[in-house]
Design a protein around this ligand. Structure first.
Ligand code: ADE
Length: 225
């Protein structure tokens, strides 16, 4: 998978995605992550990329042209372009699965108070990671790229690690335990220690249902629809 990020602050995305599982996916070539910086396309000698909003108001806006040029630098036939904005469609696991099947993703990160509205037409999808406002799209790009990368074939040791997990079946995942069997008087559920795979499987399914009912009844309702 190839992903490019259009951002004024590449290191905000590059650094967190250089560690751990995503870092390894990059080193092994399963994920190629590139950057394109609107600053490189600023048109005056200060390479200005922001300006005051028409009609007044606080803060500065990213201008359309440097963003357009930075995007043009990396866009190819078949690229899927995502604009990160709190006004976008809310990101979830099914969206992560859909994005993991694409060949080339491009994320556009807004900064300052936002981007000139006219760049919206350059995106195939406007996406939000939740109902709160970040200082820019970069942390959102990190979240989405992380969730997509772990779904790419070969990234996780066991591919079926993503099959039974939280959200993939519309349920929260059953609790996990490791040694010791008793820790500070708290015992691991008997079924998990039984070695009986049928029993373990049933326990996990029941526990997932109960946990989801308790913590996220909204997810259960969605399943019943
Ligand atoms: N940019 C600022 N806030 C955001 C959010 N919640 N999701 C995506 N991009 C954003």
């Amino acid at each position: 998978m190839h992903i490019d990020v259009v951002t004024l602050f590449p290191s905000m995305v590059d650094a967190p995605l250089s560690e751990s599982i995503v870092g390894r996916a990059r080193s092994s070539g399963l994920l190629a992550l590139g950057f394109s910086n609107p600053r490189d396309f600023g048109e005056d000698r200060h390479r200005t990329v922001d300006d005051k909003p028409y009609g007044g108001g606080t803060g500065m806006l990213l201008m359309a042209e440097p963003v357009y040029k930075a995007l043009k630098e990396v866009k190819k036939k078949g690229s899927f372009v995502i604009l990160l904005t709190p006004k976008g469609r809310k990101f979830d696991q099914p969206m992560a699965s859909g994005l993991a099947k694409k060949k080339h993703l491009i994320f556009i990160c807004g900064h300052y108070e936002g981007i000139d509205e006219r760049v919206n037409d350059l995106a195939d999808l406007e996406m939000s990671i939740g109902d709160y406002v970040l200082t820019g799209g970069e942390p959102a790009a990190v979240v989405v790229i992380d969730a997509v990368t772990r779904l790419l074939p070969g990234v996780l040791k066991k591919e079926d690690a993503t099959v039974n997990e939280t959200f993939s079946m519309g349920l929260l995942e059953a609790p996990h335990y490791t040694r010791p069997g008793v820790w500070r008087k708290k015992k691991v559920p008997e079924a998990l220690m039984s070695g009986n795979h049928k029993l373990i499987s049933k326990w996990r399914h029941d526990a997932a249902l109960a946990l989801t009912g308790k913590k996220r009844p909204d997810l259960l309702k969605r399943l019943q629809r």
